[in-house]
Design a protein around this ligand. Structure first.
Ligand code: NAD
Length: 298
């Protein structure tokens, strides 16, 4: 077998961001400044870091970012008020609600309140439904980033057998929908799947989105499989805290054709696709606006 390839998520994300910047410049040339509103409710430390990184990345590619911080005791109604204002604001193209929300806030109502055209996380049921129908919609950022890495690594995905481990609404299910759209044969494994190793060993492509450190070792993998590790797990390693994926990288490496490392694999792709979705949302809004103008003229 050839030497296994490391799939470099940082380099791939940089390529996506170069394209995003070009789109931003094209929009600016038409007097449209793409803008992303990020809502952070409460003071979860990890969420604060994620929001800061998203805002920094937006600034780097020329997207205007607006941060809305609401207190830990915010009610659902107060959050819905803010979302309604951002929905109505024509200068805002994308709205991101950072999760998790404090317990008293109704997460589903809040996510459903974001108009689908500004739903850059792709969590609104209209976008979820559109994706499962194979339509082009704003799709969740992490699985979109995984699909990009797979297309770059494997080329044509048609007919490949992909196994997705995990069925969350954020990663596993939209990943399966995107792979189906790319004409893969898709198997989804989850915590109730009997003998997941045996099923996984049949896969040409494995996407691990479980949240269990190093669960998947070489015994789960067919020789020559391509492995995308979505998991981000903090472990204590001989007194040192470090991040590992859902895949046991050292065990898997000699078995695979290509694999993403953790960190430096899927992680950077998520933010890159958030930026891409923001620009796509701006383009879609520009398009529907010009269509509306054409209709009113005709
Ligand atoms: P989740 O907890 O919502 O879902 C985990 C899924 O794994 C569930 O569907 C469950 O059925 C399945 N599962 C649990 N144990 C299993 C087992 N033994 N065998 C097979 N399936 C099993 O998690 P999530 O939000 O989908 O996140 C998964 C991982 O991906 C986490 O480590 C998370 O931190 C990471 N993540 C990374 C990014 C990124 O940007 N790289 C984004 C989102 C999530």
């Amino acid at each position: 077998m050839n030497t296994p390839r490391l799939i470099d998520g940082k380099a791939a994300a940089a390529r996506v961001l170069i394209e995003v910047r070009k789109d931003v410049e094209r929009l600016r040339a038409q007097d449209i400044q793409p803008a992303l509103a990020v809502i952070l409710v409460g003071s979860d430390p990890a969420s604060q870091v994620y929001v800061r990184n998203k805002i920094l990345r937006a600034e780097e590619v020329g997207i205007r970012s607006l941060e809305h911080r609401l207190g830990t005791d915010t009610s659902t109604e107060q959050l819905l008020d803010l979302i309604a204002r951002l929905n109505a604001d024509g200068s805002i193209h994308g709205i991101l609600l950072q999760l998790p929300l404090p317990a008293q806030v109704d997460e589903l109502r809040a996510l459903q309140a974001i108009v689908p055209g500004k739903d850059v996380d792709g969590f609104h049921s209209e976008n979820v439904g559109g994706l499962s129908q194979g339509r082009t919609v704003l799709a969740p950022c992490t699985p979109s980033g995984c699909l990009y890495l797979l297309e770059q690594t494997c080329g044509d995905l048609r007919g490949k057998h992909a196994v997705v481990i995990g069925r969350s609404n954020i990663v596993g299910k939209p990943m399966a929908a995107l792979l189906l759209k790319a004409d893969c044969s898709v198997t989804v494994l989850h915590s109730r799947s009997p003998d997941p190793q045996a099923l996984c060993r049949q896969a040409d492509i494995v996407i691990a989105a479980v949240g269990r450190p190093r669960l998947i070792d070489a015994s789960w993998l067919k020789p020559g499989a391509v492995v995308i590790d979505v998991g981000i797990n903090r472990i204590d390693d001989a007194g040192r805290s470090r991040l590992v994926g859902d895949v046991d990288f050292d065990s898997a490496l000699p078995q695979v054709a290509a694999i993403t490392p953790v960190p430096g694999g899927v992680g950077p792709m998520t933010i890159a696709f958030l930026m891409k979705n923001t620009v796509t949302a701006a383009l879609m809004q520009q398009h529907s606006l010009s269509e509306a103008v054409c209709h009113s003229i005709s």
